[in-house]
Design a protein around this ligand. Structure first.
Ligand SMILES: NC(=O)c1ccc[n+]([C@@H]2O[C@H](COP(=O)([O-])OP(=O)(O)OC[C@H]3O[C@@H](n4cnc5c(N)ncnc54)[C@H](O)[C@@H]3O)[C@@H](O)[C@H]2O)c1
Length: 193
């Protein structure tokens, strides 16, 4: 279904229609997100740009949790996974909105675990630099070489690498794990210096 996560009526419709057509919701992956990319010079952007980071990366996922968790609790099972980022723990220039919003994701997830248990678990996956449309738009061979300097597993991530960690959190194999953030990053940091 088409859904703009910045529009509340779209989120409500997404959940209502899914429950009506599929009979329930047991897994929620909050993956839509964006911002940052080293473009957040505080003297060149507006407070609305920063608000958008939080709306996209934090508030939309929080609202979806609020909408789906009652259905999950009713059915006695739910697994929620947020996509956070290495930016939630790295410290870099021009990343304050994106980095701050992703740090908020980690702590929001850790707190919501206490609100949603025992039926519903909630965790986060923090990708390092992963080959998606967003990364390809800024990646050059020089940038890739720099990123790999502090990466023990000498390659950038793929969507499948991230999906593997999401599958772990989404499935009952992780049934005693909640409120956690796991970083999937080749064992290192893909920073630009
Ligand atoms: N690629 C990386 O290196 C990397 C690293 C760390 C974290 N992440 C995170 O991974 C997630 C996915 O990023 P990506 O690299 O695939 O980015 P991307 O820009 O390639 O894809 C983002 C996806 O989010 C969707 N989206 C954006 N705004 C939306 C909205 N308002 N409503 C609904 N969908 C919307 C887009 O349609 C797109 O499918 C994001 O949360 C991002 O912050 C990515």
């Amino acid at each position: 279904m088409e859904c703009n996560v910045l529009k509340d009526d779209n989120l409500v419709n997404l959940v209502d229609t899914t429950v009506k057509e599929l009979g329930g919701i047991h897994i929620l992956i909050n993956n839509a997100g964006g911002g940052g990319g080293g473009r957040e010079n505080p003297f060149k952007i507006s407070v609305d740009d920063i608000k958008r980071d939080y709306e996209l990366n934090v508030f939309s996922g929080w609202r979806l949790c609020q909408l789906v968790v009652p259905h999950m609790k009713k059915d006695g099972y739910g697994a929620i996974v947020f996509t956070t980022s290495m930016s939630s723990v790295n410290k870099s220039p021009n990343m304050s909105g994106y980095g701050g919003s992703k740090a908020a994701v980690n702590h929001t997830v850790a707190n919501l675990a206490h609100d949603f248990g025992p039926e519903v678990r909630i965790n986060a996956v923090g990708p390092g630099a992963t080959r998606t449309a967003a990364l390809e738009s800024v990646l050059t061979p020089e940038i890739e070489e720099t990123m790999l300097k502090h990466t023990p597993i000498k390659r950038l991530g793929t969507a499948d690498d991230i999906a593997g960690a999401m599958l772990y959190f989404a499935s009952p194999i992780s049934e005693w794990v909640s409120g956690q953030t796991i970083f999937v990053n080749g064992g290192g940091q893909q920073t630009l210096e």
